[in-house]
Write a protein of this length. Sequence first.
Length: 130
Amino acid sequence: MAELTIEQLRQIEDLLSRREAALRAEVLDAKDAGIASTTPRPREVNDPVDTADERFLEGLDHVQLLRDQQELRGIEDARERIREGRFGICQECDQPIPFARLLVQPTAKYCIEHQAEWESTHPSVPPFAA
C-alpha cells in the first residue's frame, strides 16, 4: 500500500462510504422513478415535442444511472485494493498516488500521468471510472 497513515486511510474509507451511500440513494430513486414512469396513465394526447423531450430526459436518466452503477463498482474496486494492500499505488507504474489526489478521487487507480494516458485512449468513458 502507498505510504498512507491509518488516519489517511480512514479519511479515504469515510469518503468512499459517504459517496457510496449517496450513489445508492440516487440509484434507488432512479429505479423507483423508472417503475413509476412505466405505470399506465390515462390516455392523453401528447404533443410530439413533449414526447421527444420526455424520451430525451429518460435517456439522460438512464445514462446517469449507468454512471452511478459504474462509480459504485469503482468504489468496491477501491475497497478491494485497500483489503489487498494495493490501494494508493498506480496500477501502471507501481508508484504511490499522492494523498491529495486520493482525497479528490478516492477511487483513483492511476497516477496523474497514467490517468491522462488512459483518458486519451478511452475518451468515451467518464474519468471517475478510472
